[in-house]
Write a protein that binds this ligand. Structure first.
Ligand SMILES: NC(=O)c1ccc[n+]([C@@H]2O[C@H](COP(=O)([O-])OP(=O)(O)OC[C@H]3O[C@@H](n4cnc5c(N)ncnc54)[C@H](OP(=O)(O)O)[C@@H]3O)[C@@H](O)[C@H]2O)c1
Length: 343
């Protein structure tokens, strides 16, 4: 069964009333017209709102100490603003610690469930505990988001020795109608190959960091060759690359913001784009990436920004995060794969 919004590509009267401005209506219509078809036949909006560090910063978040929770910024208000502006795909996760607030914002918004694409992920702790914990967390997320099905549910990290059993539990949840599409996140080529040795459903999605400063062409090419669509996270390099001279130069050339240059690169490459901001004007800015085009040499200049140092840093993060928060956290180096495709 298709969802109303993406099946009909018409904006409902309740959404029209909520949007309140022609600009927001145009954004929503663009969101709908840029939907991507997944390997299970379902449609997925190409742009969504990222909810990590929205109203809450998890204790073990990278740079948590440097980025304390923003005073006075509530996840309910941010998600409400995103929905008002026309975002219809919300990228959530157990780890983000704010799914109940996301659910509250959805309930208050008046946007029909059929027009939303809700995605979530199960965290390493539950994956490590095993399938019963994974199922219990899925049910908790459904309660928090106030829905009886989720459009996409992902394994957040490929926890060594545990992620395959967790995914098999998701296959059962899909059979039971709780999940529409199955996905993974932060999977390397080797994690996917290990999964597919026993999985019966090919993941529709792999959500990984993709931006010009971490553009891992071999990994991306592999997943594309397997029919797995890529969701790009940290598409804006977590706000840390807006002063890069190449990005600044292209922003000037196109009369756009640095964020829009990074967002345009992402969607022009065919990736699913999930920018995060707690500021309404930036949420709007980030959506406006479908009305201009980067030239081939612009794209080539951005493609060339990934350095060997960035790949090394990525490797460190991968090794740490596959066991992060689990009882195996102290054994990261020992449990790390001997061979993992990094580029
Ligand atoms: N699967 C995973 O392991 C994983 C990991 C990380 C992220 N994600 C997902 O991907 C989403 C996006 O990634 P992210 O949140 O890490 O980083 P991001 O979207 O690349 O960047 C967010 C940062 O950029 C700033 N920003 C956003 N728009 C801006 C604009 N137009 N101008 C100037 N600054 C702007 C934000 O600040 P303000 O908020 O103050 O505006 C924030 O500091 C997350 O929210 C989450 O849904 C998934």
């Amino acid at each position: 069964m298709r969802h109303g919004l993406f099946a009909s590509r018409r904006v409902s009267s309740s959404s029209r009333a909520l949007l309140g401005s022609t600009l927001a209506l145009a954004s929503l219509q663009r969101t709908m017209s840029t939907a991507i078809k997944l390997n299970d036949g379902r449609l997925h909006p190409q742009i969504g709102y990222g909810t990590y560090k929205v109203g809450f910063v998890p204790a073990s978040a990278s740079a948590a100490a440097a980025a304390p929770p923003q005073e006075g910024v509530s996840a309910v208000d941010c998600v409400a603003a995103a929905l008002e502006l026309g975002y219809r795909f919300l990228d959530c996760a157990e780890f983000y610690g704010n799914e109940a607030a996301v659910g509250e914002a959805i309930a208050k918004s008046g946007v029909p469930r059929s027009e939303l694409f809700l995605a979530s992920k199960v965290w390493t702790t539950k994956i490590h505990e095993g399938p019963a914990a994974v199922q219990a967390q899925l049910e908790q997320t459904l309660r928090d988001l106030r829905t009886d099905y989720i459009d996409l549910y992902c394994i957040h990290w490929p926890v060594p020795g545990k992620h395959v059993a967790a995914y098999q539990q998701l296959e059962k949840a899909q059979q039971a109608g709780l999940v529409r599409s199955l996905g993974v996140s932060n999977y390397a080529v080797e994690d996917f190959q290990e999964l597919m040795a026993s999985a019966t459903v090919t993941p529709a999605i792999n959500q990984i960091e993709i931006n010009p400063f971490l553009y891992r062409k071999n990994t991306i090419g592999f997943f594309e060759s397997q029919g797995v669509k890529l969701q790009s996270y940290r598409s804006l390099r977590d706000g840390k690359a807006f002063d890069d001279p190449t990005v600044v130069g292209l922003a000037q050339k196109h009369g756009r913001s640095a964020a829009q240059i990074l967002g345009r690169w992402c969607v022009q490459k065919g990736f699913i784009y999930i920018p995060k901001s707690v500021k309404r004007e930036r949420m709007a800015d980030n959506m406006a990436v479908f009305d201009f085009e980067l030239a081939a040499d612009d794209v080539a200049a951005l493609d060339a920004l990934t350095t060997p140092a960035a790949i090394d840093k990525f490797k460190e993060l991968y090794v740490k995060c596959v066991v992060r928060d689990t009882p195996d956290a102290g054994r990261a180096a020992e449990l790390a794969r001997e061979k993992v495709t990094l580029d």
